[in-house]
Write a protein that binds this ligand. Structure first.
Ligand code: SAH
Length: 222
């Protein structure tokens, strides 16, 4: 029997199954989250130069000096959000759109904001190819959130906020959950804020992470 070549559907399925197994052994245990990752072909989100590394559990460079997140971190953050199928989710930092695609499989609507027009357009093409019709994109400054669509059930920030993201917390429902890397240095704390239903938050530090920083304003591109 002929072995399927790299990139062929069967090869991709095997790689995805292997990736998911690895995440499970590292503590991503929510079956719905693992299934969403298994359904999301990461090689569609990586640049040509790094295609053959799509199945590694590591962050990789993408255009505009940004990165596609490490699958383990995607699993961890998605699990920490405790998504429900009816949830309206805000994501800050679309990047490649990989995390967005995973969120889209687990929620009703995903609003995602990116400050690079190039990345936004590339991500939009991927959502279309995957027929993810419940993703709404916006080119803009994620520091401001998306006031017109607030409040959200869940908010995920995929770039490091220098300090507690107050504007975004204000756009969360009283019992909502926000997950964000917070810190000014190269290593940040991944923090889960869970609304107590009365305007306050329970704050939980999940682990150390390394994210590119959340930057003010939209990016100027040539
Ligand atoms: N989850 C993405 C990670 C992308 S890296 C993925 O897996 O591909 C973080 C992204 O946040 C970058 O694309 C960066 O441009 C974006 N970003 C940084 N500051 C931002 C801001 N203020 N508003 C919107 N996007 C921002």
């Amino acid at each position: 029997m002929r072995r399927p070549a790299k990139g062929e559907p069967r090869e991709r399925e095997t790689q995805l199954a292997r990736l998911v197994l690895g995440l499970r052994t590292q503590g991503v245990s929510d079956p719905a989250v693992l299934a969403a990752i298994e359904k999301t072909p990461r090689d569609l989100f990586t640049p040509d130069l790094f295609k053959d590394r799509s199945w590694e559990d590591s962050a990789l460079p993408i255009a505009c000096g940004q990165t596609i997140s490490q699958p383990y971190i995607v699993g961890l953050m998605t699990q920490a959000l405790t998504l429900e199928p009816r949830a309206r989710v805000l994501e800050i930092g679309t990047g490649s759109g990989y995390q967005t695609a995973v969120l889209a499989r687990l929620s009703r609507l995903v609003y995602t904001v990116e400050r690079y027009r190039t990345l936004m357009r590339e991500a939009e093409a991927r959502f279309e190819a995957l027929q993810l019709t419940n993703v709404i994109t916006r080119f803009g400054d994620g520091f401001l959130g998306w006031a017109e669509q607030a409040p959200f059930d869940r908010i995920l920030v995929t770039a490091a906020a220098p300090e507690e993201p107050k504007t975004l917390l204000d756009q969360l429902k009283p019992s909502g959950v926000l997950v964000a890397p917070v810190g000014k240095g190269p290593v940040q704390k991944l923090i889960r804020y869970a609304g107590d239903g009365a305007g306050g938050f329970a704050k939980e530090v999940l682990c150390d992470v390394r994210f590119v920083p959340l930057l003010q304003g939209v990016a100027r591109e040539p």
